[in-house]
Ligand binder design. Structure first.
Ligand code: IMP
Ligand code: MG
Length: 184
């Protein structure tokens, strides 16, 4: 292990505290519990970024949910999506006739999301709704179809609560502004 591995690099202002996130995740869980009464959903988390949100959200839902994950990679610079999405790991469970809630860390341009919605619809899902912890303001052509939104976010690139910049910051318990000079 090199010295670099222990380096907790600095980040900017904390935008969402642990308590704020916990409160909002509880509300989203209650909303999903009410909306899916009698038809427990399959939660599909998008790795890696959604892993922390998914863990908390699943426990905030009072239904017998199932969980599954997809891993994607988007080509391009680490802080700007290229829109070209590649599936690194596909679903384990069949989504045929399932009510799917797609769990995303952040929706920026929405390109990743449209790709996934198409993928799940083609795979025969009965319904697909999106639950995003964060939605960046003014970047999507149409954000209105994102059913469950945790927080709207200003243009800043952020790290923490699952989100990374060059793999840095995923285990920070809050969401903070990323310091560009430390981008990976
Ligand atoms: P989109 O396809 O442009 O909506 O990009 C969404 C994906 O880009 C997210 O799932 C994240 O992996 C990544 N992303 C976008 N903005 C941020 C950010 O501020 N911090 C960390 N990752 C981000
Ligand atoms: Mg990422």
């Amino acid at each position: 292990m090199t010295e670099e591995c222990n380096d907790r690099r600095p980040h900017g202002e904390i935008l969402l505290t642990e308590a704020q996130i916990a409160g909002r995740v509880g509300e989203l869980g209650a909303q999903i519990t009410a909306d899916y009464a009698g038809r427990p959903p399959l939660l599909v988390g998008v790795l890696k970024g959604a892993f922390v949100f998914m863990a908390d959200l699943a426990r905030a839902i009072d239904l017998d949910v199932e969980v599954d994950f997809m891993a994607l990679s988007s080509y391009g610079r680490s802080t700007e999506t290229s829109g070209v999405v590649r599936i690194l790991m596909d679903l384990d469970e069949s989504v045929q006739d399932r009510h799917v809630v797609l769990v995303e860390d952040i929706v920026d341009t929405g390109l990743t999301l449209s790709y996934l919605e198409d993928h799940l619809a083609t795979a025969g899902a009965a319904s697909v709704e999106v639950c995003a912890l964060l939605v960046r303001q003014g970047r999507q052509h149409d954000a209105s179809h994102i059913t469950y939104v945790g927080f709207e976010l200003p243009p800043a690139f952020v790290v923490g609560y699952g989100l990374d910049a060059g793999e840095y910051g995923r285990n920070l318990p809050y969401v903070a502004e990323h310091t560009p000079t430390h981008s990976g």
